[in-house]
Ligand binder design. Structure first.
Ligand code: ATP
Ligand code: MG
Length: 152
C-alpha cells in the first residue's frame, strides 16, 4: 500500500519511546514523500533497529533517527553510541542466528534473528540495508527504500 513514510516512522518512534525511560530517541525529519511498501513490515524493521540500538547501548542514552531523501530513495539511519561492532564481524550481523555480543562482559539476550529478518524485508521491498560501526563507539544502521516520485 501507499503510505506517508514520515508519519509511520514517527508513530513507531513514539511507541518505542514509551518502552524506555533511559534512552532518548531523537528524530531528525526531512520530508520524504509516500512510499509503496508493506507498512507493517517497514515499521517492524524500524522497531528492530531501534530496539537493537537501545539494547546495545547500556551506558549511553542518545539514539538518533535520521531520515533523508536521496534521488528516488528514502534513507533511514538509526545511530547509537553503544558497544559497536568489531570491524571483522560487521558483515556477518545480517546472517541468520549470528550474534557478536555474547563474548563481552555484558550479556545481551537475543536470538540473532532481528537483522536477518529486517534485511530480508527490505530486500523484498526493493531496498537495501547496511551498517557503519566502530567498536566501543557506536553503530549506525541504515536502510534505503524506493520512493514514488509522482506523488511526493
Ligand atoms: P534478536 O533476534 O532478538 O533481534 P539479536 O539482537 O541478537 O537478537 P540481531 O538483531 O539480528 O539479533 O543482531 C545480530 C547481532 O548484531 C547482535 O547479537 C549484536 O551482536 C549485533 N548488533 C545488532 N545491532 C547492534 C547495535 N546497534 N550495536 C551493537 N551490536 C549490534
Ligand atoms: Mg535484535
Amino acid at each position: 500500500i501507499w503510505f506517508d513514510f514520515n508519519e509511520t516512522l514517527q508513530e513507531t518512534v513514539e511507541d518505542l519511546q514509551h518502552t524506555t525511560q533511559k534512552h532518548k530517541l531523537i528524530q531528525n525529519f526531512t520530508p520524504t514523500g509516500r512510499i509503496y511498501s508493506d507498512k507493517d513490515r517497514v515499521s517492524q524493521v524500524i522497531t528492530n533497529l531501534i530496539t537493537n540500538a537501545i539494547k546495545y547501548s547500556p551506558h549511553t542514552d542518545t539514539i538518533i533517527i535520521n531520515t533523508r531523501r536521496e534521488n528516488n530513495e528514502v534513507i533511514v539511519c538509526v545511530q547509537d553510541f553503544g558497544i559497536g561492532i568489531p570491524e571483522d564481524k560487521k558483515d556477518r550481523v545480517f546472517e541468520q542466528f549470528y550474534r557478536v555480543s555474547g563474548n563481552k562482559q555484558h550479556t545481551f539476550p537475543g536470538l540473532g534473528l532481528g537483522l536477518y529478518i529486517s534485511s530480508e524485508i527490505i530486500k523484498r521491498e526493493g531496498g537495501r540495508m547496511w551498517v557503519n560501526s566502530i567498536e566501543g563507539k557506536g553503530s549506525t544502521f541504515c536502510f534505503a527504500l524506493p520512493v514514488d516520485d509522482i506523488n511526493s
